[in-house]
Ligand binder design. Sequence first.
Ligand code: MG
Length: 417
Amino acid sequence: MAGMASPRPAAILHADLDAFYASVEQLLDPSLRGRPIAVGGSVVLAASYEARAYGVHGGMAGVRARRLCPQLQFVGGQFRQYQDLGHRVMGVLRDFTPLVERISIDEAFLDVAGSIHLFGSPGEIAGTIRRRVRDEIGLPLSVGVATTKHLAKVASQVAKPDGVVIVEADSERAFLEPLPVGLLWGVGPVTRERLAGRGINTVGDLMAISPSLLEALLGRAVGRKLVALAANADPRQVESRRSARSVGAQGALGRRAVSAELLWSSLGYLADRVATRLRAAGRAGRTITVRVRFPPMRSITRSATLTTATSATLTITEVAVALAQAALADHPDEKEITLVAVSVSNLAPEAALQLALPLEVGDDGGGLGVPSPERWALDRAVDRVRERFGRQAVGFAGVSLSDVARVPEAFRELAEG
Ligand SMILES: [Mg+2]
């Protein structure tokens, strides 16, 4: 396997609040501190570290959690406070760099390469941030510091609870080798089991086997991605909201049984909304992201980056469906979904070049079925008809009007996410 690819200094931080919901409850009610508590009821949404010591964790049925830890105390959840406190933490992070990319209510990436002359080394910045969040807001925050987003996130998970882990560029391999493969992004329970069946438990085990064997075991796309992550090859940059331009749409489904038809119709519908807006703005994007939410509120997100930017409805639909199917295959226990979302990012002006190149999915290198010039022409034709006769005049490429009609009645398109 190739050596570590580390052209950048270790200046990317992943800051992640510990047991966020539970920590907020303990902050607001001192009588809960030091005790095993869970936010939720029938399902555990978050568990304090005292509860985790008993094996209680988020997503677990309340009944099972109570069996594991009889003295577990359930609290209702003050969601407004979570929002406010999460917002305040982000404010602290932005004191150190404008390059803060919030990825959920309680975690964010920071690029502090440009802040070193003001605030000290990335490790010192991580320490100052942790101290300020603790002193000014009262919450424990763990931070990972590394050369890439992927590795910074791994490092923050290793740092928990309430710690900091710095992975310098020359120690990446030594850091990664002993870690369980489950810490790599995108390795779910199914992949982990399959690897364990071959005696692959650590990242080091993963590095030791040939990439072609791994691809045979997990499929080409997943295999290649894991090889890249194990070698810490992750070119993604930290993108603040201003630079992270994306176009997205999402729809609520109520509770629907998962089916191929449902995925095609709902994702096709959303992809069409997104692609139409891209084309109207003269933009195209390389990264396609799909989010699927299961009841009650667990969601998974998958992305693929194409070798060429696209604004083609059918291409975005195909990639979105493939991503959703891969995500669902990793969660075979989930039988229902409540929401799907599609977004396109990595945007650039729609280039004439797009006409000449066959579109490829970067992950598996395979060309998609329909050559892009035809897709482009088809989409343009659809756009022009709709300009004259309205949106409903014509179905979108690849999915016929009868498919659109099958979009479940309960499907509600939500505001851009
Ligand atoms: Mg967290």
